[in-house]
Design a binder for this molecule. Sequence first.
Ligand code: NAD
Length: 480
Amino acid sequence: MLHLQNFINGTFVPMASGNYLPNLNPATAEVFSQLPDSDERDVQAAVEAAEAAFPAWSMLSAEKRGRYLIKLSELIDQNLERLAEAETTDNGKPLKLSRTVDIPRASSNLYFFGTGVQHFASESHFMEGVAVNYTVRRPLGVVACISPWNLPLYLFTWKIAPALAAGNTVVAKPSEITPYTAHLLAELCLEAGLPAGVLNIVHGTGPKVGAPLCEHPLVKAISFTGGTQTGKTIARTAAPLFKKLSLELGGKNATVIFADCDFEKTVATAVQAAFANQGQICLCGSRILVEGPLYEKFKEAFLAKVKTLTVGDPIQEGTNLGALVSEAHLQKVQQYISLAKEEGGTLLAGGERVHLEGRCSKGYFLQPTVFENLPHTCRTNTEEIFGPVVTLQPFETEEEALHSANFTPYGLAASVWTQDLTRAHRVAHALQAGIVWVNTWLLRDLRTPFGGMKQSGVGREGGWEALRFFTEAQNVCIKL
Ligand code: NAD
């Protein structure tokens, strides 16, 4: 049995408690590894290591720091297959998704910030004949990076890369549900020669590791991606301690389809947006709003495509939907399916757990599920389900579409499907979402700001936004 370990001060170390937690493969429901059940003592050791490593790391040139990250990115590329298999074993997602999306993106995150930081320049403001100001962006010190289970290595690296590039040292906590690839990344850090204490990884639960990490007085900033409720708890902790806070939280995203859309492309992408990663991407389009005249035609084509999706063993090439991440999460999603029925929804497809043959007979599989006839105000249409469950809703006017699309406490992402350029701009601007795609979905340029409005978060990641978050400005004014 594989035993994962904390990575503190450049070495793998046992946790203080001596206790392990089981880590399951959700496709087989079998325990395949054990992870440390760490606590505040391990957090303390990691923060101390990070604090000790900070002066030397922050004094390195941006180029030298960048080179470590680029090296790490290259090592991820060289270990693509091993990391992809580990991600799929841990998370249940189709192997082809791990291989083509998760792991390549983890590599890109490190490469992007490793190179980008070298272009992160100081600003200066000249006061004609009076003074010159220059503004340096200084690293903060020790920062905390806390990530969720849905895109494990992808989101873990999305945080640590800008934090390290900017000159901070990091204590990171991957999700206890999917800790495996973070552990493998620690091995690659050793191979890359990353100086001891620069990146520390503490495994364990939110209450026992995440909470003391957020409370620690030496931790200057918290970058968190996860659920909105957890975000609230962390915000409560951080506010009186004056820590910088970046929160990337839940979503309930609308796919807004007008009758003049490019039909084939729209149907294909709406299906992908609904069910990619079993609907467990914060950006998934789980409310599909379709203009009246197109509704029946769209419904028929959408359902026909959904029926072609294969729920299966994630390591099989033909699998479109793998396992949900855990039994508890499967039950949560099933409860939402029951709720949708109670709320009067008409089940158009799916709705049932899938029992596979062979090694996956105990896995947490669910059919792609589609409902209609639910008002935009109901819980099914306003709460985040985070599984393969979507609703179809017709609309008559643009105003009605916008009203429904914006009728949730969330504001993460949306996509708009139309050939009318003027309408595309108008609707995009009226949508309360931090990210709007027009005639596409999940197309990401790492330079662009990423984050949500309303209860989907506070702050933005990506590009300069991330480097600004992980630094603080100091202005020096010189009298001429
Ligand atoms: P979660 O909030 O349960 O856990 C996220 C992380 O926080 C885990 O590492 C967990 O151990 C830790 N944690 C839990 N309690 C904590 C506490 N009190 N203090 C500090 N850390 C704590 O979320 P999850 O179930 O792992 O992930 C799913 C959620 O993440 C969904 O709501 C999804 O929308 C959201 N998400 C958002 C984005 C985004 O970019 N906006 C991206 C991916 C996922």
